[in-house]
Design a protein around this ligand. Structure first.
Ligand code: NDP
Ligand code: MG
Length: 404
């Protein structure tokens, strides 16, 4: 039906992924001849100026703005946002995200809140059987098995926005026979590429003295602060190993990491016969965001393709587990499952916050995660309530470790 409109709820609209998503939706309305696109709801947490910009630029107007930080309820700044788009309603607090995720009008939820804070709204969208464009990897790290169970029960589609997982998803599809409806074979290995971050060539001693500014200066990607620090420690890759383990339902030993500084090969899949398929595109999140929205269709993308008119180099390096001990931790957590992901994710979120505040050294982030992981008593099949308790416990434990 040519006039059908797809309603998209963008959670974390004020962030790096959220802002790119708003641009992708505007672009789709220019190039898509089959469907219309509407940012039906947009959420922000503290950046109300950005939220006002996003909802005023959106065409057609959003139906709903959500201020997930409830302290803004009935504030003058919130009322200002309402005046930007007459007719748009504003709701407050984390429950408002869950309510939007369950709204029958919503077709797609873009989960782009950072950290464990994205869990309830992402899970609600999965339980409601939506298409979920998943940027918020921490939800799978904390509660992968619960998300999978909810997905199977509701028939929700989880489409990865994380560029590596989008790449793997794209590589798997190409191995299906073009002339039959046979499903593609199960991959033998998922090969996640890592840029290596800003400290790829630094020594351990240099990393001990790394400043916040140097850790935030990512060589190939422009991202929010938390994931930028995760890239510098390579804990981002650890989170992605765990994300891949649950998203693709493969054991930890079917996952590998290679360092690829150019960030053009976004990941690879190896099959039983040794054939390796890679997905390439410039480092721009617009492509994986758009593909998660339009799948299985491929439409023209706003980001320019690879420039083949000049020499280009693709190099692959072996990941250095000695300088980046977070990688081994990622594999251990992915193999352990159960409560491990929730504990390490919380320790990491807390430690990244402490580093950004100047309270701990850069190398304390991963050593703190390792200690908190080892201090916890593993449980193999925890309910959500237990995972959320352990999240709080692990944050306290992290602060205690640094006498904070
Ligand atoms: P940003 O820091 O740029 O944005 C985070 C978003 O989350 C903002 O909209 C912020 O609101 C909102 N937010 C923060 N705290 C809360 C909270 N407690 N409750 C509700 N909302 C909150 O992050 P990114 O866009 O870089 O990353 C978002 C997610 O996507 C992360 O999980 C990240 O790992 C993942 N990702 C990001 C990539 C990238 O290129 N940036 C690539 C792959 C994955 P506000 O700003 O209004 O306070
Ligand atoms: Mg990634």
């Amino acid at each position: 039906d040519a006039n059908r409109t797809l309603n998209v709820a963008v959670f974390g609209a004020t962030g790096s992924i959220g802002t790119a998503t708003a641009e992708v939706i505007a672009h789709l309305n220019r190039v898509d001849t089959q469907l219309k696109w509407r940012m039906w709801a947009a959420s922000g947490h503290r950046n109300l100026e950005r939220l006002a910009q996003i909802v005023s630029a959106a065409d057609p107007a959003p139906h709903r703005a959500v201020l997930s930080d409830p302290t803004f309820a009935d504030s003058d700044r919130a009322r200002q946002i309402a005046t930007v788009r007459p007719g748009m309603s504003i709701t407050y607090g984390p429950d408002a995200l869950v309510e939007v995720a369950q709204s029958p009008e919503v077709d797609i939820v873009v989960a782009a809140i950072v950290g464990r804070a994205g869990l309830e709204s992402t899970l609600a969208a999965v339980e409601a059987g939506k298409r979920v464009a998943l940027a918020n990897k921490e939800t799978l790290v904390v509660a992968g098995p619960l998300v999978r169970r909810a997905m199977v029960a509701s028939g929700a589609e989880i489409l990865p926005v994380d560029s590596e997982h989008s790449a793997i998803f794209q590589c798997m599809g190409t191995s299906a026979s073009p002339s039959t409806t046979q499903p593609p074979p199960k991959p033998k290995k998922l090969i996640l590429t890592a840029s290596g971050g800003p400290f790829r060539t630094w020594t351990k001693e240099q990393m001990q003295a790394a400043t916040v500014e140097s850790a935030l200066a990512h060589p190939t990607w422009n991202m929010g602060a938390k994931i930028s620090i995760d890239s510098a420690t390579m804990m981002n890759k650890s989170l992605e190993i765990i994300e891949a383990r649950w998203l693709f339902d493969l054991p930890a030993d079917a996952i590998e990491v290679v360092v690829h500084p150019q960030s053009i090969i976004h990941s690879m899949v190896e099959f039983d016969d040794g054939s390796v398929i890679a997905q390439m595109s410039p480092p721009d999140m617009k492509l994986p965001i758009q593909y998660a929205l339009t799948y299985p269709r491929r439409l023209e993308c706003e980001s320019p393709g690879l420039d083949r008119s000049r020499r280009w180099d693709l190099s692959l390096e072996v990941a250095d587990h000695d300088r980046f001990p977070g990688l081994a931790l990622g594999f251990e957590v992915a193999a352990a499952g159960g409560t491990a992901g929730a504990v390490v994710n919380a320790a990491n979120e807390e430690a990244v916050g402490l580093f950004l505040n100047g309270q701990i050294r850069f190398t304390d982030i991963v050593s703190g995660c390792r200690d908190v992981f080892q201090n916890h008593t593993h449980e193999s099949d925890p309910p959500l309530s237990r995972l959320l308790e352990l999240d709080i416990w692990a944050r306290k434990e992290t602060r205690n470790r640094f006498q904070l």
